[in-house]
Design a protein around this ligand. Structure first.
Ligand code: MF3
Ligand code: CO
Ligand code: CO
Length: 270
């Protein structure tokens, strides 16, 4: 069976996968999470983002998997590494991490045709207090969003849960990027907005697979994309953070495909 015929589509064009497909997503999600688990040891002052990406590339190969990002719309790397005021899609390179830098590492792998997409925050050296608050709020916002995932709720419920939590902490939700359906493809309907109103948007059904990946800024929500056509930064240069899980809607709630096997997804440092 190929990806065009698997499961069915809702009237909103969202694919409903079969029960058996959860196992494929679980395997892909686990590999992506294992790779992020291993990155804790490779983030330190003086390290380059390019070296981190090379390690990720090697781990994907060693696992017999494929990187979803290498060759995606001309992107050349196995990860996006977004430092400080970079919101997302930071390109790994010669940049050296300095004390107090915070960074998001985002990895998407393909295992047996299934996509696993996850990202989380790291720190080089000592975590500044303001960055710690931002990271905590962003992590907890993602988890609030995930708590809203169950059949009968809507995508607007997810967005609202995230937005209300973030704005309650006087931080802002980025509007220019969103989560996405995934499964046998990288980016599929729906757009999973990280803001919204309760009860709006498509209704969640068992068998939907998608990411939730809120980006939160300490300052204003606006972003701009640099001349490299990838790197998105905060317009006001304020710090930005992001966490991402790939999830599936089950009969009674949610399965998180990208849970950390070693329990280091949550940012408890030292
Ligand atoms: N992993 C990112 C996401 O969460 C997409 C990265 S696409 C790339 O959807 F080309 F920039 F790598
Ligand atoms: Co994603
Ligand atoms: Co991602």
């Amino acid at each position: 069976m190929n990806h065009e015929t698997r499961g069915r589509l809702t009237k909103d064009g969202i694919r409903i996968y079969d029960q058996a497909d959860f196992a494929g997503m679980h395997a892909a999600g686990r590999l992506a999470a294992e790779i992020l688990d291993a990155m804790g040891a490779h983030v330190f002052v003086g390290q380059t983002t390019g070296e981190i990406d090379r390690i990720i590339t090697a781990m994907v190969e060693e696992a017999g998997a494929k990187s979803a990002t290498i060759g995606y719309k001309g992107y050349k790397h196995a990860s996006c590494i977004s430092v400080n005021h970079v919101v997302c899609h930071g390109i790994p390179g010669d940049k050296t991490l300095k004390d107090g830098d915070i960074l998001n590492i985002d990895v998407t792998v393909i295992v047996d045709g299934w996509f696993g997409d996850t990202s989380r925050m790291y720190v080089a050296g000592k975590l500044p207090r303001k960055a710690e608050r931002l990271i905590e709020v962003t992590h907890d916002a993602l988890m609030r969003g995930i708590e809203a995932v169950k059949p009968g709720n809507t995508f607007g419920d997810i967005g609202h849960a995230i937005q209300a939590f973030v704005e309650g902490h006087r931080m802002s939700v980025v509007r220019d990027f969103c989560g996405h359906g995934l499964g046998r493809v990288f980016h599929a309907p729906p757009n999973v907005l990280h803001y919204g109103r309760p009860g709006t948007g498509a209704v969640l059904e068992p068998g939907m697979f998608f990411t939730i990946e809120p980006m939160v800024n300490l300052g204003r929500p606006e972003t701009k994309t640099l001349a490299d056509d990838w790197t998105a930064v905060t317009r006001d240069k304020s710090l930005s953070a992001q966490f991402e899980h790939s999830v599936g809607v089950t009969e009674d709630g949610v399965e998180i495909f990208t849970l950390s096997p070693n329990g280091t997804f949550h940012p408890t440092y030292g």
